[in-house]
Design a protein around this ligand. Structure first.
Ligand code: ZN
Ligand code: MN
Length: 483
C-alpha cells in the first residue's frame, strides 16, 4: 500500500522576528508580560492611529530573503487581509499578498538516501501577529475566555514553499534546516515551545509517475517538529484509506488532534477572495535602495555551514564536534567568544571542555547556554590554566561544576582550591606518608601486584585534595615502590 502513492508536501512557516519593537508601532516586541500591558492605539487599531514600518523588520526580512536565494522586490507593499476574530482588533491583518518582499528562492535539504536536494521557496513576506485568547488559565473565570493583545503587531515572516517534499523525513530536514537558518541569521529566537515558529502543511497523494497533483488538504496550527511529523503521518494514512475505498478526497482544512493522533475537518478552505485583500492605504509602498540591500549583504551573519567549516578548517575540530558546537547560534557564539578570549591555540581544548563539562551540565539542568553562569572568558581562562599545568584537570572540573551550579564565580573557587602542586619535596612527603600508612600494600606491590599503583595514586591525590599532578605522582610512586 505504501508504494502505491507518492506523498507531496508543501510547508508554510510563520516565524516571529526578534526585533526590539513591534512591526508598526513603538511597543516593545515582548508579549510575555502581564496581559494587555504592551499595547498602544496603533497595535490595537484604534481610530486615527497610523502604522509606521519598523526598519529592523525590513532588514531581518531581507536577511532571510538573501539566505533563501529569493529574488528581492525592491519595490513592494503591504496589503490588508480582512477577517474577523476576537484576537484581531482591527478585523484585518497587515500582510503582503500582491507583491511580496521575496519570491522564488530555495533551501537545500537532505533526502531519505542522504543526498541533497533543493526545495523551492515560492515567497517570503512580512506580516503582523495577532493577539492570543486565554480559556483555561487561572485568571480566566470558568466558562469564559479573555483576550490578550500583547502579541498584536509582533512582526512575522511567512515563508511558503512549493510542494517539493516527498516524505516526512524530507519535511523534517526542511524544518531543521530552516530553523538553523533563522537562528544563525539572528532574526528569530526560534523558541518553538513559546510559539515563535508555527507550521501549516499541505499534503496530497498521487499515483507514482502521475504528473498532476492530487487533492490537497491543509493542516493548520502545528507548533513543533513532532506535531508536524505526527500530523502528516496521520493525514497521509487517512488519505490512503479514502483513496483505497474509491471515494474522492475533499479539498479542506484540518486540525491535528495531538491526543487522538488524528486529523479532523476544520472548515472548507476559504478562497483568497474571501479575505478581500487590497493594498494597505495607511503605509507607503516599500522602496529598498541598493545601499540598504548592500549594507544588509555586507553585515549578514554566517550561516551554520560556514561556521562549521571555520571550526573544522581553522580550529581543527572534528566534523562531529563542529556539529555539536553549532547546535545553536548562541552556542557557536559562546565558543567563538571563548577562542577570542583564550587564543586560537585553545581551540581544541576549549571545544573539549565545552562538550564534555559545560554541555553536560546544561543538558542535565535544562539551562540555556545564553544563561550559562560561567562566561566564555572564564572558560577560556580555566582551560589555559589547565593547559599550562597551573591547576590539575580534576580540580578544574570540580571548580567548574561548582561554579555552574551557582556556588560562586569560577575565579574565586579556583583561588580557594589553590595552585597545582608539582614541587617534588611536597609530593615526596605525601608519597612517603601513604607508603608508611600501607605497609601491606607496599609489600604486595613489590610481590608483583603492580596494579595497586592506582590505589597509591588515589591516596596521594586525596592527601593533596586534588592538587597533585597525577602523572608526576605516578612516576614518583613507581620509583619509590620499585626499590
Ligand atoms: Zn503598539
Ligand atoms: Mn500568514
Amino acid at each position: 500500500m505504501n508504494s502505491e502513492y507518492e506523498v507531496v508536501v508543501g510547508l508554510e512557516i510563520h516565524t516571529e522576528l526578534c526585533t526590539r519593537r513591534k512591526a508598526f508601532c513603538g511597543c516593545p516586541n515582548n508579549f510575555r508580560v502581564p496581559p494587555n500591558t504592551n499595547i498602544c492605539p496603533t497595535c490595537l487599531g484604534l481610530p486615527g492611529a497610523l502604522p509606521v514600518l519598523n526598519p529592523e523588520m525590513l532588514e531581518f526580512a531581507l536577511r532571510a530573503c538573501l539566505a533563501l536565494h529569493t529574488r528581492i522586490n525592491q519595490r513592494c507593499h503591504f496589503d490588508r487581509k480582512h477577517y474577523f476574530y476576537p484576537d484581531l482588533p482591527k478585523a484585518y491583518q497587515i500582510s503582503q499578498k500582491y507583491r511580496q518582499i521575496g519570491v522564488e528562492g530555495f533551501i537545500t535539504i537532505e533526502t531519505d538516501d542522504g543526498s541533497e536536494k533543493q526545495v523551492r521557496i515560492s515567497d517570503v513576506h512580512m506580516e503582523e501577529d495577532t493577539g492570543t485568547l486565554a480559556h483555561a488559565e487561572a485568571y480566566v473565570r470558568k466558562g469564559t475566555s479573555t483576550v490578550n493583545y500583547n502579541r498584536c503587531g509582533v512582526p512575522l515572516l511567512e515563508i511558503v514553499s512549493h510542494p517539493d517534499m516527498r516524505s516526512i523525513a524530507e519535511v523534517s530536514s526542511y524544518m531543521h534546516r530552516m530553523r538553523d537558518l533563522l537562528d544563525f541569521l539572528a532574526v528569530s529566537d526560534c523558541r518553538m515551545e513559546e510559539g515563535s515558529i508555527r507550521y501549516e502543511a499541505s499534503v496530497s497523494l498521487r499515483p507514482f509517475g502521475q504528473e498532476e497533483y492530487g487533492t490537497r488538504v491543509e493542516i493548520k496550527n502545528l507548533g513543533s517538529f513532532r506535531s508536524v511529523e505526527q500530523a502528516l503521518e496521520a493525514e497521509i494514512h487517512r488519505q490512503k484509506r479514502i483513496l483505497a475505498s474509491g471515494t474522492p478526497l475533499r479539498q479542506e482544512t484540518v486540525l491535528f488532534d495531538e491526543n487522538l493522533k488524528e486529523t479532523r475537518p476544520m472548515r472548507s478552505k476559504e478562497s483568497s477572495s474571501d479575505y478581500r485583500y487590497f493594498p494597505e492605504p495607511d503605509l507607503p509602498p516599500i522602496v529598498i535602495s541598493d545601499e540598504l540591500l548592500n549594507e544588509v549583504k555586507r553585515t549578514m551573519p554566517p550561516l551554520r555551514d560556514t561556521v562549521m567549516k571555520t571550526m573544522i578548517e581553522d580550529h581543527s575540530l572534528t566534523p562531529y564536534a563542529a556539529e555539536v558546537l553549532t547546535a545553536s547560534r548562541a552556542l557557536a557564539d559562546y565558543y567563538r567568544d571563548a577562542i577570542r578570549a583564550g587564543g586560537k591555540e585553545m581551540a581544541v581544548p576549549v571545544a573539549n571542555w565545552l562538550q564534555n563539562t559545560v554541555l553536560g551540565f546544561l543538558n542535565e539542568t535544562g539551562v540555556e547556554i545564553a544563561a550559562c553562569p560561567v562566561s566564555a572568558q572564564e572558560l577560556a581562562d580555566l582551560v589555559r590554566k589547565v593547559e599550562e599545568k597551573k591547576i590539575t584537570a580534576n580540580a578544574a572540573k570540580t571548580c567548574m561544576r561548582e561554579s555552574l551550579s551557582g556556588k560562586g564565580p569560577l575565579k574565586d573557587l579556583l583561588e580557594s582550591q589553590g595552585e597545582a602542586v608539582s614541587d617534588d619535596t611536597q609530593l615526596m612527603q605525601w608519597v612517603g606518608d601513604v607508603m608508611a600508612e600501607n605497609p601491606d600494600k607496599v609489600e604486595a606491590y613489590r610481590g608483583g601486584r603492580t596494579n595497586l599503583i592506582q590505589f597509591f595514586v588515589g591516596q596521594v591525590m586525596r592527601l593533596s585534595k586534588g592538587r597533585a599532578q597525577a602523572q608526576k605522582v605516578k612516576e614518583l610512586l613507581e620509583r619509590e615502590l620499585g626499590g
